[in-house]
Design a protein around this ligand. Structure first.
Ligand SMILES: [Zn+2]
Length: 131
C-alpha cells in the first residue's frame, strides 16, 4: 500500500500504482517555485489531458493541500512552496477519485452533477456511483 501522507514517494512509484492505460498518459507536471509560490506551468494542458474542469481540480488541490490557489491564464498558482512529487501525488489522488473507474479501472469516466450531488459514470463498463 502506498502512503499518501508521505511527501517522499518517488515519481516512478506514483506511476507504478496507476492502471496501465493511465500510466502512459499520466500528465507530467511542469512547475516553478518562486517567492513562496508554486506555479504549475502546464495546468491547462493537464486539464485538457484529464478532461476535467479547471475549477474542480483547482478546488481539489486547495482542499487536499490546505493552500490557496488561483488560476492565472493557463497556469495554476499555489500559495505554498511544494515540490513536483507532492503535486504529482495530489494529481494522482484526484485521478483515482474522479477519473479511474472503481469497477473496471479504466479512465473512461465522466462526471455529472453539481458540487452537492456529483456522479461518476464509466463509459467502458457502465458502472456509476455518487461521489
Ligand atoms: Zn468501468
Amino acid at each position: 500500500m502506498s502512503d499518501w501522507n508521505s511527501i517522499d514517494t518517488p515519481y516512478d512509484e506514483i506511476l507504478n500504482d496507476l492502471p496501465e492505460d493511465m500510466r502512459d498518459n499520466f500528465p507530467d507536471v511542469d512547475i516553478i517555485v518562486q517567492s513562496g509560490e508554486t506555479i504549475i506551468l502546464n495546468f491547462n494542458s493537464i486539464i485538457t489531458q484529464i478532461k476535467r474542469e479547471s475549477n474542480h481540480l483547482k478546488k481539489f488541490i486547495s482542499s487536499e493541500l490546505g493552500v490557496k490557489t488561483s488560476i492565472k491564464g493557463t497556469q495554476l498558482v499555489i500559495k505554498s512552496k511544494l515540490d513536483k512529487n507532492r503535486i504529482t501525488q495530489t494529481l494522482k489522488i484526484y485521478i483515482d477519485k474522479f477519473i479511474i473507474c472503481d469497477n473496471c479501472g479504466k479512465p473512461d469516466t465522466i462526471l455529472k452533477g453539481n458540487k452537492k450531488n456529483m456522479k461518476i459514470t464509466c463509459a467502458a463498463c457502465g458502472y456509476s456511483k455518487n461521489l
